[in-house]
Design a protein around this ligand. Structure first.
Ligand code: 5AD
Ligand code: SF4
Length: 483
């Protein structure tokens, strides 16, 4: 990791280094000099706002973007009135795209008021050709556009925009190598995400991710471990290992390494107290992983295991490569190994050809498993995916009716599950002062359930024992036991 003093040493009179990440640190410095001039001109600090849509991966990417912006000298004000505004986009469902277009439309007036401001777009949506075409045609006031494969070049692209004052679009169809050691600005000092792999090879028939994030690439275990050690040294207690399908981590590395082996190595790091991971694909969840979770106390008793559908017929059309029975067997194995484990999931309703019978199979799994919580989605047609051209797209009113029934079933099970720790004493990692009551703090159990209890800012970042006095649906009100 580079520091401010390393930046001072970079000689910007020279041409940019060819090697990464040195090249990007060179451009961070060039941008910083440019911004200092702008600050002098305007007589004030310049500000930035970073807005993220979508998944944990995108939130983690935004932490990298914020770190670079801050090194350049922008003050992060979390507002669309800023001098530099970036949307890190998601395209997994159509409504995510629509939200971005809506927000972009509103930025036009702001840009008129502050013509020097810069608007940038990045993330998954930018990997789609029709999106870029639309932005070129209808949103010409956007200054900088890049995709998912070249986010590490953000500083270089921004500098190009600074000096050229024209619209910069740089989208790569394929991923290059993995660039290590770029700065990251953590939202919380005590917990963070850590990418272990990028991309996805599964091609579920409804999903756009493999097209916009590219093929699966695992980071080398030594790079992951040294980043995790550095984070632990900086006071991070909780790490979330991130990948689209963490269970297939390491399969494309030489020598091969399993995800369970990586988890053991991360769990050995002193200082780390909680290790999470996301997302697991049921087809790749190994017995080795279940045993490792059971044996390693630092690994949180929580697994996010997307079901998508409870109908074996639909699962096959989705190209998920497991059956309803396979899924139920996995849940049984997990609960047998760890009776207190929380299982959460993702479910799609209205996949093409889904009948009432198929839907009832999904409801049956929800009622049998009793998920701790579930993200439910209406199927959204993504251009270019196999499901988009399947017959029997389900009419909107049918999808809505099924979605509402699904939500009710999910909530009923979740309420019943969440309350099972009432009156127990459990460790809570305190995250922040309570949003509604300044005399209370808010934290999370190892299974991710939120707990509110009386306390002050000195507890933030600490793991404390809390009695879970009362379950209020999906969260607890508790009482601290020790300090
Ligand atoms: N329509 C609806 N939901 C989708 N997901 C992915 N693609 C689609 C789609 N086309 C959901 C899946 C996945 C989650 C991240 O988003 O449930 O697990
Ligand atoms: Fe999409 Fe399936 Fe890959 Fe998940 S595993 S990102 S749903 S293709």
């Amino acid at each position: 990791m580079y520091t401010e003093s390393d930046l001072e040493k970079i000689n910007t009179e020279l041409s940019p280094p060819e090697e990464e990440p040195e090249r990007q640190y060179f451009y961070i410095d060039m941008c910083r000099r440019y911004l200092l001039e702008k600050e002098k001109e305007k007589g004030r600090k310049l500000t930035c706002g970073v807005f993220t849509f979508g998944c944990q991966m995108n939130f983690h990417d935004s932490e990298k973007i914020i770190a670079i912006l801050q090194q350049i000298g922008y003050e992060n004000i979390d507002s669309e009135d800023a001098d530099f505004v970036i949307y890190n986009t998601c395209t997994v469902r159509e409504n995510a795209n629509e939200r971005v277009y809506g927000r972009l439309g509103q930025l036009k007036a702001r840009k008129k008021k502050n013509p020097d401001s810069i608007i940038a777009l990045c993330g998954c949506m930018m990997q789609e050709e029709h999106v870029i075409k639309k932005i070129r045609e209808s949103y010409s006031y956007v200054d900088l556009i890049f995709g998912t494969h070249n986010i590490y070049k953000f500083a270089e692209l921004l500098y190009t925009r600074f000096i050229s004052e024209r619209q910069i679009i740089d989208i790569w169809k394929e991923a290059g190598g993995i660039v290590e050691e770029l700065p990251v600005q953590r939202k919380f000092s005590f917990k963070t995400g850590l990418n272990i792999m990028y991309g996805c090879n599964n091609f579920c028939s409804y999903c756009i991710v493999p097209y916009v994030r590219g093929r699966e690439r695992s980071r080398k275990p030594e790079d992951i471990i040294s980043e995790a050690e550095r984070l632990a040294g900086e006071g991070v207690k909780e790490i979330m290992l991130l990948g689209q399908n963490v269970n297939s981590y390491g399969k494309n590395l030489k020598p091969e390494i399993t995800f369970a082996e990586l988890l053991k190595r991360v769990a050995d790091i002193d200082g780390l107290e909680r290790i999470r991971f996301m997302t697991s694909h049921p087809k790749d969840l190994s017995d080795e992983l279940i045993t490792t979770m059971k044996e390693q106390k630092k690994i949180c008793r929580h697994i996010h295991l997307p079901l998508q559908s409870g109908s074996t017929r639909i699962l096959q059309k989705m190209n998920r490569r497991y059956t309803k029975e396979d899924y139920l067997a996995l849940v049984y194995k997990l609960r047998e190994a760890m009776p207190d484990i929380s299982i959460t999931t993702d479910i799609i309703t209205g996949f093409p050809g889904e009948t009432e019978e198929d839907f009832k199979e999904t409801l049956d799994v929800v009622k049998t498993v009793k998920f701790d919580s579930a993200f439910t989605f209406k199927y959204s047609k993504r251009t270019g995916t196999p499901a988009a051209s399947m017959d029997n797209q389900v009419p909107d009113d049918v999808v809505k009716e099924r979605f509402d029934r699904l939500l009710l079933a999910v909530q009923e099970a979740a309420n019943e599950r969440t309350g099972r720790f009432e009156e127990h004493v459990k460790p809570v990692l305190v995250e922040e002062i309570n949003e509604h009551n300044p005399n209370m703090v808010t934290g999370r159990l190892e299974n991710n359930t939120v707990v509110h209890f009386a306390g002050d800012a000195s507890l933030i970042g600490q793991i404390v024992d809390v009695k879970l006095s009362e379950c209020k649906g999906f969260y607890y009100i508790g009482e601290i036991i020790n300090k």
